[in-house]
Design a protein around this ligand. Structure first.
Ligand code: PEP
Ligand code: MN
Length: 260
């Protein structure tokens, strides 16, 4: 069964690139409810994670392949583009026709066999930065897939600074964007690790001129199966979206003024 996936080039993506959705798909009801609200807000890309590589084997590991039909339903009903994290080469084939963007999590940034397999797929990939990776290692990883079909995602790195879960390295993200001509988005959810800080980091990412954001959204964050402390409600997300659209618009106007 071949279904439709829009193959687009990286430069065709509307800016800012906005990706929203829960940390993990837990059930059809949970996923559809959030997806409908995000669609209503005009969010173009849904994060629908089926496989969750976790630090502890005892933590929720995701619902796996059986959740593909949920993504299919969301895609059909909302028309949103879908991204899901793949943790194994076989999932590249299994997600054909439903998943538009293949996502590589920070744990797999240096899983070179996985990256080589992604190079053979025509879809765009989102490559998260490993939590201890230098910018060069991140770019080298992107090169395995093919830099022209990769969106980099800065999700925070581990540093001696422990004020939040990770340190959002805007410096590194800006170097990747401006010195290496990459599309770079930011993940305020994982770098903050706490929901009250997510809106501030989201604004900062867009104010820095990065290409977009990915944010974890859940109807009932406290009850989420993973990353309960950092997911935000659709209502908060709506406010964040309005803020980042304003900031993005302002920057565009200023750029035009400077050029004129
Ligand atoms: C995620 O995006 O849900 C995730 C697990 O992030 P990371 O790979 O950056 O830890
Ligand atoms: Mn998460």
């Amino acid at each position: 069964m071949k279904k439709e996936v829009k193959n687009m080039t990286i430069r065709e993506l509307e800016r800012p690139i906005v990706i929203g959705g829960p940390c993990a798909i837990e059930s059809e009801e949970q996923a559809l409810s959030v997806a409908r609200k995000l669609k209503e807000m005009g969010v173009p890309i849904f994060r629908g994670m089926l496989w969750k590589p976790r630090s502890s084997k005892d933590s929720f590991q995701g619902i796996g392949l059986q959740g593909l039909s949920i993504l299919e339903r969301i895609k059909k009903e909302t028309g949103m583009l879908i991204t899901t994290e793949i943790v194994d080469r076989e999932q590249i084939e299994e997600t054909q026709g439903i998943v538009d963007f293949l996502w590589v999590g920070s744990n797999n940034m240096q899983n070179y066999e996985l990256l080589k397999s992604l190079a053979k797929d025509s879809r765009l990939s989102i490559l998260k930065r490993g939590r201890a990776a230098t910018v060069k290692e991140w770019l080298d990883a992107a090169d395995y897939i093919g830099k022209d079909k990769v969106i980099l995602c800065e999700r925070g790195i581990r540093t001696p600074v422990d004020s939040m879960r990770f340190t959002l390295d805007l410096n590194g993200a800006l170097v990747a964007k401006h010195d290496h001509n990459m599309l770079v988005i930011g993940d305020p959810s994982h770098s903050a690790g706490r929901r009250d800080m997510v809106p501030y980091l989201a604004r900062t990412i867009i104010a820095a001129g990065l290409d977009g954001i990915v944010i974890e959204v859940h109807d009932d964050p406290e009850q989420a199966s993973c990353d309960a402390r950092q997911q935000i409600t659709p209502e908060t997300f709506h406010q964040v979206l309005s803020d980042i659209r304003s900031i993005h618009g302002l920057l565009r106007e200023e750029r035009e003024l400077r050029v004129a």
